[in-house]
Design a protein around this ligand. Structure first.
Ligand code: WT7
Length: 631
């Protein structure tokens, strides 16, 4: 099979009988008059419970600072947990969790989930956390991360989850920026059978973050840690205190009160603090999951993402609970201890929908079909993909070997900023491998040239979204100017995604990749600036440039160009040391595949590194316009 998709002919049509059963057969069917997205979203919001209704569905008087369901009183936790306690869903499993070694299973009904969340919320209150306060969460993929997030939301605190693979520098920066007083972590996490020492990393971060008054520690790996008697508390001690017991009511909030901030990489400078709110985010995440994955009461849904990223926020934690679904959560990765772990879990737990990333599919593909073929995967009904473009070869493998040709693949395009799916198929639609389908109901997307004119179908351009949507970020925390300049100023009135794309004659979108200095490595988002600043924090490095080059499994791999300070000589040892340095000071995800020592970096006359040129050279492509190159 070659990788060059013939856009017109590679179409997988749905089984007509199955298609009949799906909630949505066609975007146009739900759509009604396409312009009326306000009514569509208002109807969806009415499917959820509100303490008090909104007076305005969408207030765009201060655009691009949009406000949704203005005047409404709500709390997302009321709809994730509280509302299910009244009916039959009370006894349904909300969460099934399996440990990395496969030896331990923990399950929580909606009723027991509520009890856990109340305990956590009581503990947070006892620690002095109240409405509007920021709480940094740095936890492994264990049920406690779900409880901690929901507990924050329940009392109106704003969670800031930091992926438990980030370095102490990265956490420190996020704690300082969000001014968190409390950090929730664990002694360690399990990563391929080894302990990753989370608490030690937090200790290092907190040493330079004076706002932190308390650190709550969950015991997971039984690793020895140092506890500061005034600052650090075992959760297992706190939960036995009388104050942790008993009821805790859910805070009545405004629809537009903040729910969380989540840091994500941008093209320049520091990571951006994306801010999401209770009301609109709730409606957007609930609706997209329900329609696109046709979620049914009896389903077991598995989103393999980590709650440290937006996919985990929206479709592991909030989305399934808003739908009263049963969510499966696995602590480990796809290939440990063997490359059949996921298939084993799907068989044993009867998973119906698997939502994962192309990089995972590609890494599993390498081990061949024998591994999945040893398992009965017949419970699967639908598959999903997210995080980066999926190459048609991986798409077909996923469809044929995992889905046995029966399961439509929902290739969902969205971003931390969008909160919920924006461009996606529905299961009843003909699918084009490699294409994310069409804009979700109420959304219109366009592909523009540099001047803002739509490019003809089939041509590449800048992808923009035209309509506001409820789950959109509201601003960048503490940086509204950057919110406007990054997303809304290039083409006034339109949301700039940062991606390049093509639209074909059938209206399907083909996302190609980022147009800015963001690199997607194994679906994880990294900024060239972050990688470069981690490099120059090493004493041997004078200057560095990072670019992403195509990689068979990771999608992109980081290549770095390093100019050494006087007195340092290039060597393999130094290269290894720099790789470790990046791993420790940013994240193991950011470890470069290749480091080239160079005498100088190509720059413009105004001093900007020309990464485009480095990339063209590395790929042996034409160098393009080099008139601004400084000699
Ligand atoms: C960027 C956003 C939102 C989920 C996780 C990533 C790329 C995401 C797809 C897809 C092609 C995709 C884009 C986007 N991306 N999903 N289905 N097809 N590209 O969130 O870390 O904020 O990254 O991921 O480049 O801009 P994120």
């Amino acid at each position: 099979m070659t990788d060059a998709p013939d856009l017109a002919s590679d179409i997988v049509t749905p089984d007509p009988e199955a298609a009949q059963a799906y909630r949505i057969r066609d975007w146009d069917e739900v759509a009604g008059p396409a312009a009326d997205f306000r009514t569509f979203w208002e109807d969806r919001a009415k499917e959820l419970e509100w303490y008090e209704p909104w007076h305005t569905v969408l207030d765009d008087s201060n655009a691009p600072f949009y406000s949704w369901f203005t005047g409404g009183k709500v709390n997302i936790v009321h709809n994730c947990v509280d509302r299910w306690l009244k009916g039959p869903t009370r006894n349904k499993l909300a969460l099934i969790w399996v440990s990395e070694d496969g030896q331990e299973t923990r399950t929580f009904s909606y009723f027991s989930l509520n009890r856990e969340v109340m305990t956590w919320a009581n503990v947070l209150k006892a620690m002095g956390v109240s409405k509007g306060d920021r709480v940094t969460i740095y936890l492994p993929r264990i049920p406690e991360i779900v409880f901690a997030m929901l507990a924050c939301a329940k009392i109106g605190a704003v969670h800031s989850v930091v992926f438990a693979g980030f370095s102490s520098d990265a956490i420190k920066e996020r704690i300082l920026d969000s001014e968190s007083n409390l950090v929730i972590t664990a002694d360690g996490s399990w990563v391929n059978g080894k302990v990753f020492e989370l608490k030690n990393i937090v200790d290092e971060a907190v040493r330079h973050a004076p706002t932190v008054e308390n650190v709550v520690v969950v015991r997971r790996t039984n690793t020895e840690v140092t506890m500061d008697p005034l600052r650090d508390h075992w959760f297992s001690d706190l939960e036995t205190l009388p104050i942790a017991k008993g009821q805790c009511s859910t805070e009545v909030l405004d629809a537009e009160d903040p729910l969380y901030i989540l840091y994500t990489s941008g093209s320049t400078g520091r990571p951006k603090a994306i801010l999401h709110t209770h009301g609109g985010y709730m409606v957007g995440v609930y609706t997209t999951l329900k329609y696109v994955f046709d979620l049914r009461d009896e389903d077991r849904w598995w989103c393999t993402a980590d709650p440290g990223w937006v996919t985990g926020h929206s479709y592991l934690v909030y989305g399934p609970l808003l739908n009263g679904a049963t969510s499966f959560m696995y602590e480990g990765g796809p290939t440990y201890p063997y490359p059949n772990r996921w298939w084993q879990l799907i068989e044993y737990y009867g998973i119906n929908i698997l939502y994962t990333a192309p990089t995972a599919i590609r890494s599993l593909m390498r081990f061949g079909e024998a591994w999945p073929n040893r398992h009965d995967l017949s419970s699967l009904r639908l598959l999903g993909s997210v995080g980066e473009p999926i190459n048609p070869e991986a798409w077909h493998w996923y469809h044929r070997v995992i889905g046995k040709g029966r399961c439509p693949i929902m290739d969902t395009w969205w971003q931390t900023e969008t909160g919920a799916f924006q461009i996606t198929p529905v299961p009843s639609m003909p699918l084009k491998p490699g294409s994310g389908g069409k804009p979700f109901f109420g959304q219109e997307a366009e592909v523009l040239d540099e001047k803002g004119n739509p490019v003809p179908d089939g041509q590449e351009g800048f992808l923009v979204l035209k309509n506001p949507w409820p789950a959109m970020m509201r601003t960048l925390y503490k940086d509204p100017d950057r919110y406007v300049s990054t997303y809304w100023s290039t083409y006034p009135g339109k949301y700039l995604t940062g991606d390049s794309a093509r639209r074909d004659a059938d209206g399907y979108f083909w996302v190609i990749g980022r147009t800015d200095d963001v690199i997607k490595v194994s679906g994880h988002r990294l900024g060239t600036a972050e990688v470069e600043s981690a490099f120059v924090s090493h004493p041997a490095v004078a200057e560095a440039a990072a670019i992403g080059l195509p990689h068979e499994v990771k999608g992109n791999a980081i290549h770095a160009y390093v100019v050494l300070r006087v007195g340092y000589e290039p060597s393999e040892d130094l290269e290894d040391e720099l790789r470790q340095h990046i791993s420790r000071h940013l994240s193991p995800i950011a470890k470069p595949d290749q480091i080239d020592f160079v005498a100088a970096l190509p720059k413009t006359r105004s001093g900007k590194i020309m990464r485009r040129l480095l990339k063209a050279r590395a790929l042996g492509q034409p160098e393009g316009d080099t008139t601004t190159l400084d000699d």
